[in-house]
Design a protein around this ligand. Structure first.
Ligand SMILES: [Zn+2]
Length: 285
């Protein structure tokens, strides 16, 4: 089984796996590849917006609720394995959760990298995906996931680091999930045309959008149209996190393909010969 090149996605909270990487996970699974998601935190500081859910009642057991939700979501995507890295949700930047010693934002670098190194050496993925340096949109746990994943990929191949965490493993390709600025501008234009508020703010000038990646830096554009239904179903499985009125569940039909049908990445490293631009995370492997 270990001979089939696998895909490992490192994410911050339960539900993050769907929007930016749900398609590549489902696609890899459908191609018979091994797939795994590591979720660094328990998501215990997430907003509780699920239909009919009483936030006061759910809050004390939100981590448990979200563990159930991500299990359902990953089953819908066809993902084989899941692991919680064991940290507490830090909350948004500036939130009091940022100071919690058990939070991911306060994690000891050596220790957190060690946990991911163990996971990488154990699963032996050909490809790892995580966030860009801004964590997509600036959430502390996403920024931290980027840092730890990049360091762990390097450390995992180095035999003299974390020798107790298993035999060294060389990840062939590392990717940062990204959203090209042009795609954000186009989504904003379409949302405006449909009379809907945009999730990215009300501008159609890419220069005014704080998130997103300069188009020329995007190396890899993956067609995941065959897996849009699985992505949408997986998103709905995160019941506590997605209000019925959420724009994610109310994307007008003509815009669904634009919103769910493509996933973009910046290739951070490759040990194989694969020219860019490319349209497959496994190109050259
Ligand atoms: Zn998140």
């Amino acid at each position: 089984m270990h001979d089939v090149p696998g895909l490992l996605a490192v994410h911050a909270h339960p539900d993050d796996e769907v929007i930016a990487t749900g398609g590549v996970l489902a696609r890899a699974a459908s191609e018979g590849r091994r797939t795994k998601v590591v979720t660094c935190t328990d998501g215990s500081r997430g907003e509780i917006v699920g239909e009919g859910m009483d936030p006061d009642e759910i809050r004390p057991r939100l981590a448990e609720v979200r563990a159930g939700e991500i299990a359902d979501a990953l089953a819908l995507l066809g993902v084989d394995e899941h692991e919680f890295l064991g940290y507490r949700d830090s909350g948004m930047m500036g939130d009091e959760g940022n100071d919690d010693p058990a939070s991911f934002w306060r994690a000891d670098v050596h220790e957190a990298v060690g946990r991911l190194v163990r996971s990488i050496r154990d699963f032996r993925p050909a490809v790892v995906v995580t966030y860009d340096a801004f964590g997509g949109y600036g959430h502390p746990d996403h920024i931290q996931a980027h840092r730890m994943a990049v360091l762990a990929v390097e450390a995992a191949r180095t035999a003299s680091l974390y020798p107790e965490a298993g035999d060294p493993w060389h990840v062939a390709k590392l990717y940062l999930s990204s959203f090209p600025k042009s795609a954000i501008a186009e989504a904003n234009r379409q949302f405006a045309e449909a009379g809907l508020p945009s999730p990215f703010g009300e501008t159609d000038d890419p220069a005014d959008i704080p998130m997103g990646t300069e188009d020329h830096l995007v190396t890899t554009t993956v067609d995941v149209r065959d897996h849009m239904a699985a992505k949408q179903a997986a998103l709905r499985a995160h019941v506590s996190q997605i209000a019925p009125s959420s724009f994610f569940l109310n994307v007008p039909e003509p815009m669904v393909e634009g919103f769910y049908g493509t996933e973009w990445f910046v290739r951070r490293l490759s040990a194989v010969d694969a020219p860019t631009p490319e349209d497959d995370l496994f190109a050259g492997i």
